[in-house]
Design a protein. Sequence first.
Lengths: 305, 305, 305, 305, 305, 305
Amino acid sequence: MFPVEVASMEDSGSWERPGRFVAAEAGYEECEWVIAGAPLEATVSYRAGTRWGPARIREASHSLETYSPELDRDLDELAICDLGDVVLPLGNVGQSLARIEAALRRPVRDGKRFLVLGGEHLVTLAAVNAALARYPDLVVVQFDAHTDLRDEYLGEPYSHATVMRRVLDLVGPGRVWQLGVRSGLREEFALAREATRAFPDVTHGARVLVEELAGPLRGIPLYLTLDVDVLDPAFAPGTGTPEPGGIGFVELHQALLGLARAGARVVAADIVETAPPLDPSGRTEIVAAKLAREILLGFGRGEEV
Amino acid sequence: MFPVEVASMEDSGSWERPGRFVAAEAGYEECEWVIAGAPLEATVSYRAGTRWGPARIREASHSLETYSPELDRDLDELAICDLGDVVLPLGNVGQSLARIEAALRRPVRDGKRFLVLGGEHLVTLAAVNAALARYPDLVVVQFDAHTDLRDEYLGEPYSHATVMRRVLDLVGPGRVWQLGVRSGLREEFALAREATRAFPDVTHGARVLVEELAGPLRGIPLYLTLDVDVLDPAFAPGTGTPEPGGIGFVELHQALLGLARAGARVVAADIVETAPPLDPSGRTEIVAAKLAREILLGFGRGEEV
Amino acid sequence: MFPVEVASMEDSGSWERPGRFVAAEAGYEECEWVIAGAPLEATVSYRAGTRWGPARIREASHSLETYSPELDRDLDELAICDLGDVVLPLGNVGQSLARIEAALRRPVRDGKRFLVLGGEHLVTLAAVNAALARYPDLVVVQFDAHTDLRDEYLGEPYSHATVMRRVLDLVGPGRVWQLGVRSGLREEFALAREATRAFPDVTHGARVLVEELAGPLRGIPLYLTLDVDVLDPAFAPGTGTPEPGGIGFVELHQALLGLARAGARVVAADIVETAPPLDPSGRTEIVAAKLAREILLGFGRGEEV
Amino acid sequence: MFPVEVASMEDSGSWERPGRFVAAEAGYEECEWVIAGAPLEATVSYRAGTRWGPARIREASHSLETYSPELDRDLDELAICDLGDVVLPLGNVGQSLARIEAALRRPVRDGKRFLVLGGEHLVTLAAVNAALARYPDLVVVQFDAHTDLRDEYLGEPYSHATVMRRVLDLVGPGRVWQLGVRSGLREEFALAREATRAFPDVTHGARVLVEELAGPLRGIPLYLTLDVDVLDPAFAPGTGTPEPGGIGFVELHQALLGLARAGARVVAADIVETAPPLDPSGRTEIVAAKLAREILLGFGRGEEV
Amino acid sequence: MFPVEVASMEDSGSWERPGRFVAAEAGYEECEWVIAGAPLEATVSYRAGTRWGPARIREASHSLETYSPELDRDLDELAICDLGDVVLPLGNVGQSLARIEAALRRPVRDGKRFLVLGGEHLVTLAAVNAALARYPDLVVVQFDAHTDLRDEYLGEPYSHATVMRRVLDLVGPGRVWQLGVRSGLREEFALAREATRAFPDVTHGARVLVEELAGPLRGIPLYLTLDVDVLDPAFAPGTGTPEPGGIGFVELHQALLGLARAGARVVAADIVETAPPLDPSGRTEIVAAKLAREILLGFGRGEEV
Amino acid sequence: MFPVEVASMEDSGSWERPGRFVAAEAGYEECEWVIAGAPLEATVSYRAGTRWGPARIREASHSLETYSPELDRDLDELAICDLGDVVLPLGNVGQSLARIEAALRRPVRDGKRFLVLGGEHLVTLAAVNAALARYPDLVVVQFDAHTDLRDEYLGEPYSHATVMRRVLDLVGPGRVWQLGVRSGLREEFALAREATRAFPDVTHGARVLVEELAGPLRGIPLYLTLDVDVLDPAFAPGTGTPEPGGIGFVELHQALLGLARAGARVVAADIVETAPPLDPSGRTEIVAAKLAREILLGFGRGEEV
């Protein structure tokens, strides 16, 4: 186990340990938020790199301030525990999903919020499954360039292109909100019209959601899944299947701030599809880290979790 | 020749052949659109890489869906033939232009539309020449950051900095529309004021063009030349002489959609100056591929070709 | 010394010498503007590369035209002298600042404007000090993502995170304008509210400044410090601590054009925190070079210097 | 199907089609060698990129001459058919292996030699299986930095770390030669001592093999599997798990030339673990292409196939 | 502090924590070796990046096996404690050195061996100082391309170009062995001839050292400082001032194995000047990690520490 | 012209001017060696980047010491004048060669040695032509991976693949030595056997040349052309058509040192085909700079030039 003895070295103040999200210094018992890395990369169709998402997002988080001027809150005021990464068996998709779900089950049972750092989008399926155990009326809010509503992809039912179809199977029609989608098959768009709440315009979608949070969705537990490719590739080039025509960071940030100010009850979230090797400038992982910070700060002060 | 025997292997369905634009599976005879690569790189002044444009744009096209939600059309509904790349003699600009023009002459004669994937902007001169043989009243619509109206560049009459001056010589005053230009010599801007229809603001220029399509330009054959540097370098960093201050992908996309919905009769087009090695994120080639898809879908259903 | 004899070679016209900003061909005595490189990189906290800023910005300047269509001016109409880079002793921050200040003192004394190409933001402290000797009523206009108002950073009083606090110490409360700031400690934002003119919205800030230029600030000498991270990382990824959520190039350009048209009396300026190795597309150095050109052209025609 | 009509265009000579290995212009029926891409990337443990191996090796092959001065042979003298890539279902290892094996079965049945371009090392298992159907006495010669003899890796029996254990299961003790191995578990080295012919020194191993080719192995069909990481990372940096301490290209080349000159009867081969995105210089794919050329030329003139 | 509570989660086996050297799982008290990161980058003259050395070397260590076939030992048999990185105040060289020395003092006092992961070469000065407190008769063995014997560099006495001069001041003439040096001023080579044991040929130098270990140096405590630029840039391109003409990995490895087999009593060591951002292939950090493994295994089983 | 006034600024010592080869501080009149950049890139067949050769080699030269321990000489002891780059008209091969030749004619006439920094190999043709005017009995020594003896390449007589055939036309059979060649057409190797002195083994070739320097070639003026691809791509990855199987830096260095010690009378030289953008580690330009230093030092002290 970890060398706790170090703490007794008189010069212990002069050491820093890499490998955790900034300010995630709480122990598991007292924490409000759990951070979990899920470096899954098993069904990626075009370009790889998501396995390095959790490590680089954590690293990038240290280049940011812990204080958000828009929310006027600081990570130091929250109790956050970074559990590390779920161990994944390579080349076995089913086992990988099972392990991610299993690893998240206890934090959910213990009433903690969790934030998953992906990893490819398929991790959302495992994470939603874990959350449903406690929150059967969960509503999923998806920020994404792609519908991800295929029934299968090259014959496989579980992939980053089918993940939201599987999630839809789990939570049921009308309980998935899709914001920013601009790519898919004709069939997927047809299904979206029937079974999801789909808004190509993120700002519009967020406004409608805020309105419903004051009405039909009041108090409903939300799951936020944030595929970084909802942003235009100019803002998040480090992702496997970038789709030109997306929004800028400011619009996405405003949508999240809007939800936070409306008191949305986000009980779990993920940020997926960050593929650091595809972005030598390193800004995609910084974007993901800043989104993570705003989610932690924006939804971390609920009356009840 | 190509191994047609493969088709008779019982497991032929399990092979895929790289090297063609997505869904470009028609034979030459039945096709409506011809795709031709022109990997010219001979007069580039600053940074090289355009020779890899055609290969990488084709590759990137496979990361996109064949369906365009904005146009509600699918490439599968079109007959597209990818002819490959024109063979170019290195270090000989005149010969290279002659070969590109010669290679495009037959598709033009056969009444097919063509889309050239560049290569540096100079390829437009050869392609316009080929198109003029059938469409003497051709109007050229140029999306570009640079006027490209120099009379010569370092003493040479043919270069990526003089190409539109040569095109202007061919089609005559008033028959070149320039959208998005923000860089040039004082003399070039003066010439543009006299001899071209120049609109620094792409959205404004496209709106005026759409209006004229309903009037003086009704039925006129259009040639579309799209220099990716019309986009801000944030959206298309993989280009030789990026010029800050350009538009975003959404604006350019909207301009094209506007022309398509106005029924513009685009008989030929090119996408030039994509220099993949300068963009390790690979998004410039994806941008070019998506623009190619929208051009094919948007202008592929004309009453007459 | 430099081989002036070359000028007498009959074929001297066929040589070009690398290493100077485009069109900076004036001698020191007759010049209006002095360009000075300050490749400081001593207190950078996250990612390095600013030492290559001056060299790459100069190189990139040659990919641009010398003519600005917005200002309708050309660098050829100005007398600009590129002095090269200040020699900096590695690993000695104090000495480095002293040498930068000393090197700039003579151009200031001689009534010339100067433009410093950084290097990290700390160079601004030395440059402002040099300018204050002649312009004691100097007002500093800072375009930046970060407040840079920490009193110390990891125990050190001089760093890129504290530089504007030190500048504020020099020029006094109310004489620093901060445009575009979106990151800092809670304490820094509190200080900004008290002691600086702070505008998260660059366009708004520039408009207020233009108004005051017609009133209380009429004729006041301005120092412009331009940290490229005021731009969103999409537009300037080559910088050490990119902060998502910034403005686009067009907005920044418009703000500068607004100041130029309002007749702002900019007596000195710097462009800092360009870190070329972090941006393989090379567009950040082109952005910096274009901003440099617009500053030289926009503020180079003052009635008095 | 493919546009054979193009052949009838009078200017067809001026087009080139990308996407095939250099000089691989034979049809299937008349060919001696089949080239097959297997872009598998499913169990990679550290860094990804092998999926781009086949495409980039083909591209790189065109930068080489078709003539080998060491062998004094030219690819133009061989009949080679490039079948393209096997279509692989993402995220399903078993299915992927089955499809690769199925795709190779017919060329084997038709008495053709095949060369597989990987993809990760696991493809060797499928390819050896296909070859065994015709050559039950096959001996496998492995050039590799790693033993790849684990029985399982993170619980999975099929991975790039266990592939040679599975191959050993198929062909039996003593029928796998391992050259260049320098990394593995203590257990793997113990197994190698018992069940394989293991030579850390490639040159030594090749010499012993050549000797046995004149004796006990005379006429025996060989399968050559070439993991590019047998080379020192200096020579082949573009690979997932580079292991310092390998040989140079010249030594590996000499070993292959030795086998060729000894008349080794290589009936099938693969080149695996080339991960182009990890090597921006692009030399790893050129190394792989040159090795492919030498294998085709060196073992392509057998008395019987 | 660290969340020890996690250990009590029933599914704790499914988590892994990034940020430590492979197999460095011992607590401080029981450990034989201490690993300490010293990400110093303060006096680098050409290209930066050493600050990322410790993090990337740790990461790369997980791509290697823990077993060394040459030494037939496994890291699992050693008790290694990774203390993390020394916290360094940016821009203050003196303070940085003082903190590194202070941080290493306790492990030395407690009789533990330490391995420092740099960071620039200057860290060696602090580390040697820490070791001298217990081992006043320390002999320093330097593998390096550069003499590093300047008395000052640009006026500064402490820099990566003067570090071995300062070390020589500390340990005295004849107590520094320099292996592989091929670059320096004429004056530095002159000083080396007088005051150090200098061997341009690493293999030769190591052999002489092994001989003296059986004689005059028997039992003497050694400090090993390994600048990765002793390797040819082909083998370790990720370093600030690569010097062509160096040795290959195999030669360096053999030299270390020779010392290990001769029973050299290495009480402390460092691996410095790894600059990961300069090597996109990532092999330099793997080279450094493998050298670290071999040092830990080769010198970790002394009779006395 | 250049600001010579700067010299009179009291603090002029604190400025450095970028853009010249290290220690090339002599004026033209007094210099022994002239350095000329020739950034030609017009006939490159595979990957581009040679245009950046001169600029990056100069920059890299400053990372090296000016002292060579092997030659025990220092650049400070030589009078070297860096003339800058020849201005080249883009896209016009003939004009480019004419301008390079014209630019070198005067230094040749004035009895100065010159060193050309390329640019693609075709520059050698212009440079040899310039040298022949004074040294009609010139012998050309070529270090290269490729024969470059094609008569034409894609129909063009002037290209980097035909350059040595054109040189052979100029100097005549038997007056070209080719060292290190390992790639070419069968016809080229046949021609080499007849008309050149060809040595695949560089060390062997250099030894034979040294022998003849003491005999038939005594006093003969030599032209050295050094294509960096003679090195294995491991040592010089930044080149357009890397050919695996080359020598290491040490062997090439030794060959040059051998010629220098044998008193070879090198009257002109070039280093070509360095393509910096293809080598993000930057070591190829450092290799080229070190070779340049050794050529300047090794052949710079002739009795007569």
